[in-house]
Design a protein around this ligand. Sequence first.
Ligand code: DSN
Length: 432
Amino acid sequence: MKENVNHIFNLVNKELERQRNSIELIASENFTSLQVMQAMGTVLTNKYAEGYPGKRYYGGCEVVDEIETIAIQNLKKIFNINWANVQPHSGSQANAAVFLSCIKPGDKILGLDLTMGGHLTHGSPANFSGKNHQALFYGLNRDTGLVDYQMLEQTALQQKPKMIICGGSAYSRDWDYKLIREIADKIGAVVLADIAHTAGLIASGLLNDPFEHCHIVTSTTHKTLRGPRGGVIMLRHDFENPWGIKDNKGQLRTMSQLLDLALFPGVQGGPLEHVIAAKAIAFEEVLQNDFKVYSNQIISNAQTMSGAFTERGYNLISGGTDNHLMLVDLRNKNLTGKKAQEALEKANITLNKNTIPFDDKSPFITSGIRLGVPAITTRGLKEMEILKVVDLVDRVLTNADNETEIKLVRKEVLSFMQEFPLYPELYFRQFS
Ligand code: DSN
């Protein structure tokens, strides 16, 4: 038993070393503060608290009530909103609750195609969203790489979906939430904005504000928000639901009531109060002035990176980025996304292969890679260092079959990342 437990802690330390020694370019990852991490490893993990603050199904909830209330208050301050639910275990659970509260099985939904940068929970046939609903998709314009709002409008007017979803996981441009709402109003559809990727940048006022136009907003908390893994559901205005949606007792409810009920008991059981404590701390960090400095640096780093790749002859979908990520089309480099990901991994550079719009390759192979800068920005890399990162990535991609060159790049990555210490004091001790 002891050996097996220690083996796990050894593996945790191994992962710590992997993170320390890599250039992390996965657009959806980040490094939390030590405080955020510490909150997750506390006695709060022992507590059952089904229900919501003040209305729980278990005794002994007075402390977690206080913690969850602080998390909610902090989140409300960040986005200037009236209501929030901080219990979703993930962005997918948050979206599942929105679906459960607003639409019925079989209803039509309209989201950005996954192969064009959308998300599994926006209607993919492999996901509950596409299995339980009639999923329709809009895409990107082939020439510009931008969301094809004309296609979105035409599909919406013809098909009359009950819900329009905006937001994605590999789209590097900002969204026209106002236009989407105008289209939705013509057919009486609910607009869900999933800001999982860009929440931190929106919190810092650097991207369009979805809250004024979209009925419901969901997010994860671990990407640009730099919190623990988890999700949230938010409303700026808690509206009387205009669609006359009733709860399972046939009672008319406001949206916040329906969403609370949909998440618990509809989708989830007991909330993860240790993660909610970590969310409360992360949200406190977002409220500090230096978070805005961090978000500005993300955008500047992403633009520096996209400019440098373009100068080196890489084709970027939409020609660049407004946010923290970019999508590179590797077809002119005679490389697949899979090959690129694997070669880079050997050099301790982590990112993911990604389909590009109108890709002729499968999601297991792909013609592109997605790169994001939130994690390396947290580690302290600025514009000058971003140029070095681009150089290292380019060297691997132009020598993808040259093991000697890849080894040389790996050596450089190891010494380069030592200049940006990650959790220097941290070590997960073994138990005797
Ligand atoms: N898997 C996440 C991403 O990488 O974007 C989205 O859920």
